[in-house]
Design a protein around this ligand. Structure first.
Ligand code: PMP
Length: 306
């Protein structure tokens, strides 16, 4: 993966990437209190378009609100505009976009009230996070030995940088054990989410997914629920136990970075046919059509760069 770009948008200006630097004594760097987003821009028949941009910008603002950041320096519309500008300036047709609200405080203290929020937005060309083979063949996952965060420990509706220490522990452990991804249980012991994806289970033609109580409210999760409901599937949000994964007909995970990926094995148990089932494939194809502007029914989700 290369993180190359010509420009990064930093606090109101497009800055050459090498010059987009931040002081070492930065509050977010030291304490993990940045709020961030992961967004994708796709090439469509009408040119590059950012998928569900405003929903991502709104979640960024919500993350800052959940954490209790001081007043943000930019409005929702300004964040949308800056995101479009950084993609246009780099001339990307397809890219991943990373807005980050970070904090700087003169004394590096722990009181949020002494810190000022600042915003940077980077973009780079980046294929599907789990790789093209994952989309096609699916991945192997295990149940992590790490528990997903309790909302009273680190709030999970906020996409806060510090929450990703938990994700990195789980992801690294799973990869070292030979799996591709970790499935994390919530503090009650029910299936929560993966380290950077939400999870769905298919059984007897019905689709199940954990309620949003302890997980990140994924925008792809919401997209897939909309798409699948419009296809006529019943979506049931209810607690899911670990063994319900093992006996599922299909399991898939989703996120802006990973897109929609089947799981073919969990904890050494083959899921369904072991090839990604027909419902996963249907939803995956419909998602690909929506993000690439090939289905007018979802045109409202595309924010054109020019
Ligand atoms: N859960 C976690 C922990 C994540 O980091 C992500 C990626 N943002 C998701 C779920 C999926 O969210 P989205 O579909 O909005 O990318």
């Amino acid at each position: 993966m290369s993180l190359e770009s010509k420009y990064i948008w930093l606090n109101g200006k497009l800055v050459e990437t090498e010059k987009a630097t931040i002081h070492f004594l930065n509050t977010s760097l030291h304490y993990g209190v940045g709020a961030f987003e992961g967004i994708r821009c796709y090439d469509t028949p009408k040119g590059p378009a950012i998928f569900r941009l405003t929903e991502h910008s709104q979640r960024l603002i919500n993350s800052a609100k959940v954490m209790g950041f001081n007043t943000l320096p930019y409005s929702l519309q300004e964040i949308d505009r800056a995101t479009l500008d950084v993609v246009a300036a780099n001339g990307f047709k397809e890219c991943y976009i990373r807005p980050l609200l970070y904090l700087s405080a003169p004394n590096l203290g722990l009181n949020l009230d002494t810190a000022t929020p600042q915003l940077g937005i980077a973009a780079w060309e980046w294929g599907s996070y789990l790789g093209p083979e994952a989309l096609e063949k699916g991945i192997r996952a295990n149940i992590s030995s790490f528990t997903r965060l309790h909302p009273n420990v680190n709030m999970t509706k906020a996409k806060i940088t510090g929450n990703y220490a938990n994700s990195m522990l789980a992801k690294t452990e799973s990869v070292r054990l030979g799996f591709d991804e970790a499935i994390m249980l919530d503090p009650q012991g029910y299936v929560g989410e993966c380290t950077g994806e939400n999870i769905f289970v298919v059984r007897d033609g019905k689709i199940y997914t954990p309620p949003t109580t302890t997980i990140l409210e994924g925008i792809t999760r919401d997209t897939l629920i909309t798409i699948a409901t419009e296809m006529g599937f019943e979506i049931i949000e209810q607690p899911i136990s670990r063994d319900q994964l093992y006996i599922a007909d299909e399991v898939f995970v989703c996120g802006s970075a990973a897109e929609c990926v089947p799981l073919w094995e969990i904890d050494h148990r083959v899921i369904g046919s072991g090839q990604g089932g027909p419902i996963t494939r249907k939803i995956q194809q419909a998602y690909q059509a929506a993000i690439h502007g090939q289905n007018d029914a979802y045109a409202q989700w595309l924010h054109y760069v020019s």
